[in-house]
Design a protein around this ligand. Structure first.
Ligand SMILES: NC(=O)c1ccc[n+]([C@@H]2O[C@H](COP(=O)([O-])OP(=O)(O)OC[C@H]3O[C@@H](n4cnc5c(N)ncnc54)[C@H](O)[C@@H]3O)[C@@H](O)[C@H]2O)c1
Length: 229
């Protein structure tokens, strides 16, 4: 049997970080080797010495610096943190030491929602996006909504990027509705993550694939699933 993939988690005390730690511990081909978080008094450097892959679910102002530190240490990075511009990591293209994978949404249903929305944008006159999240989410609009809007704008005949409306309320997890309109009809495509477990199969897939990427940074779970958009 091949050696398990050694995984460290940045933001390990957070909501997503804790869920990722549990998922990694349950994966037979992975070993959780470190939990970095200021809330745990464990700096990133402490966990990089013993990891093949770093999974980052932190805050927008930390994700870029964390990724650079990991790549410098030869550790591949899977980033789920949203609210930063992935282009900030474009200069790591030539860093042969380690790869970077970024996904604004690790839920397969959300990736399919984006895919279908992009297909529909090719054929319908206009669209708007409503994204709804828990009230402690720090960034707005969500990374998923921003990416959906950009891809739909590129695909549409008008070239117009759909406007985004953000809702923040207790009781929500992560939800998005894309409403397309044309003469005498509308089409609504909606995805709901009702539990953070929804992101875990995507995160584990990225951990398994990040070391084999032919292009780095790679952005979007659809790139690991063979989808087109
Ligand atoms: N890509 C996806 O599918 C997906 C899904 C859900 C959430 N998210 C994103 O994940 C991020 C985290 O969300 P959350 O709800 O877990 O937030 P959270 O506030 O519960 O957790 C963030 C954690 O990061 C820690 N942290 C801050 N700076 C750090 C640093 N420099 N190094 C290590 N840890 C640090 C904080 O102490 C905290 O424990 C957000 O950006 C959110 O939008 C992405």
């Amino acid at each position: 049997m091949p050696a398990p993939i050694r995984v460290a988690v940045a933001g390990a005390a957070g909501r997503m970080g804790q869920t990722v730690c549990r998922a990694v511990e349950s994966a037979p081909d992975m070993e959780l080797t470190g939990r970095a978080d200021p809330a745990l008094n464990t700096p990133l450097a402490d966990v990089l010495t013993n990891a093949d892959v770093l999974v980052d679910f932190t805050i927008p102002t930390s994700a870029v610096a964390n990724a650079r530190e990991a790549v410098d240490a030869g550790v591949h990075v899977v980033i789920g943190t949203t609210g930063f511009d992935p282009h900030e990591l474009d200069d790591l293209k030539d860093a042969a030491k380690a790869n970077v994978f970024i996904a604004p949404n690790f839920a397969i249903g959300a990736v399919l929602m984006m895919e279908f929305a992009v297909q529909a944008a090719r054929h319908m006159a206009s669209a708007e996006i409503i994204e709804l999240h828990h009230n402690t989410k720090v960034d707005a609009p969500s990374g998923t909504a921003a990416r959906t809007a950009r891809l739909m704008g590129e695909a549409s005949q008008s070239g117009e990027t759909p406007p985004i409306h953000s809702v923040r309320l207790p009781g929500l997890v992560a939800h998005q509705e894309v409403i397309l309109g044309d003469v005498g009809q509308t089409l609504t495509i909606r995805h709901d993550s009702t539990d953070r477990e929804s992101f875990m199969p995507g995160v584990l897939l990225a951990v398994r694939k990040v070391g084999e990427l032919t292009e780095s940074p790679t952005v979007g779970l659809e790139r690991l699933l063979g989808l087109t958009s």
